[in-house]
Design a protein. Structure first.
Length: 390
């Protein structure tokens, strides 16, 4: 049997199955009724014809069971077009649905998802994708393969960037990115020439590019709860005279830039991490931990002089924060002051910093490896490894 499962409706769960030819009514009724005494069946056509079976489920548990039934019969449901998982308990993205190549609507809102598999790009017929209110911090590049997509809801996640391929969604008209952790306006959005609605409210964007004027069909631009100043909004309004811009200004008093810097760095967004740490420092000014963070992130963005300055400032404010000397040594190395760096490595070799439980040698090597992984190299790194290995 081939089913077409559509969105559930309130106040009852209504799951509609479109069945083609030779439906075994007796067996199907038995399977469905087995899971709930409250199931009601209504057929609009005679058996052995194209028939519609409507199942009204007033029991939430029955609805969950029904979804599991559908999953167990996934091989026979290739023509499903609509799936709504909003009231199903999912531990991860339901990869079994990847086989449903004819999906046009997929709702995975508020399912506590941490990742979207690369196979998402196989839904070539998908038109509406709702991933709102999950735990996503990035998307696979394969999302750019969804050429039929018109609506993409990514609101209330933890996105710090968008893949470049998002600009390949040529039919996209609606894009919701509200309440994420976007630090800059994603320029690839400007390639979405058919976009009519764009939601960016509640992000950390502080500047808007003039390139946004390329979105000629934009009708609604949401920048409420924005860090963007009024003058920029007025400039954008002139560039997009036919667009309704929803705008309200907020401050960054509730934004934890230190946590954001860590998140950006972990995701490989080193410049964003550095900028976020600068903002954290601007809010606290004399907090030693923020100087400590700045000394580390500066190493990854070609600012070793600043790393040295920030590390020394950390020690001035908090003499016990001696693990910052790893950043100080690397700053010296990257500014070609090897003798100064060597003093630090020899001083702490086979010892422990008072503010860290790891052996200093491990910290030194981990930091060098992290820099090399980020594309920062120096000939003296191997000299340090040799010192620590002796």
């Amino acid at each position: 049997m081939i089913f077409n499962l559509v969105r559930s409706l309130r106040p009852y769960k209504v799951i509609q199955f479109l069945v083609y030819n030779n439906l075994d009514w007796e067996n199907t009724t038995y399977i469905l009724s087995k899971f709930s005494r409250k199931l009601k069946f209504q057929t609009s056509l005679e058996p052995d014809q194209d028939s519609v079976l409507c199942v009204n489920i007033s029991n939430k548990q029955a609805a969950t069971i029904m979804m599991k039934v559908a999953e167990n019969q996934i091989e026979g449901l290739e023509n499903i077009q609509n799936l709504d998982f909003t009231e199903q308990n999912l531990a991860s993205f339901p990869t079994q649905i990847i086989k449903l190549k004819n999906l046009t609507h997929l709702n995975l809102e508020n399912r506590n998802l941490f990742r979207v598999p690369t196979e998402i790009g196989e839904f070539s017929k998908l038109k509406i994708l709702n991933l709102k209110q999950n735990e996503l911090n990035r998307l696979p590049s394969q999302i750019g393969n969804l050429k039929s997509l018109t609506h993409l809801n990514l609101g209330k996640n933890k996105l710090i960037e968008l893949p470049i391929q998002i600009g390949e969604l040529e039919n996209l008209t609606y894009l919701n990115l509200e309440h994420n952790d976007l630090f800059e306006f994603p320029l690839q959005i400007c390639k979405l020439k058919n976009l009519t609605t764009l939601g960016l409210n509640g992000n950390i964007i502080t500047n808007l590019p003039d390139k946004i004027a390329e979105l000629k069909n934009l009708k609604i631009l949401d920048f409420r709860e924005s860090l963007i100043d009024q003058n920029q909004i007025q400039t954008i309004q002139k560039l997009l005279p036919n667009c309704e811009i929803k705008y309200s200004r907020t401050d960054d008093s509730n934004i934890n830039y230190t946590n954001l810097a860590y998140k950006y760095h972990k995701a490989g967004q080193y410049l964003y991490a550095f900028k976020a740490q600068e903002k954290a420092l601007a809010k606290t000014n004399q907090h030693s931990s923020d100087w400590f963070g700045l000394s580390f992130y500066a190493l990854f963005v070609g600012k070793p002089d600043l790393a040295v300055k920030a590390a020394l400032k950390t020690l001035e404010l908090s003499p016990r924060s001696q693990s910052v000397e790893s950043n100080l040594a690397l700053g010296y190395l990257l500014t070609d002051q090897y003798p100064e760096a060597e003093k630090i490595y020899l001083k702490w070799k086979n010892k422990y910093f008072p503010d860290n439980d790891d052996l200093c040698d491990k910290i030194f090597l981990d930091d060098i490896n992290a820099l090399e992984k980020a594309g920062v190299h120096h000939l003296d790194f191997d000299k340090v490894r040799k010192i620590l290995a002796e």
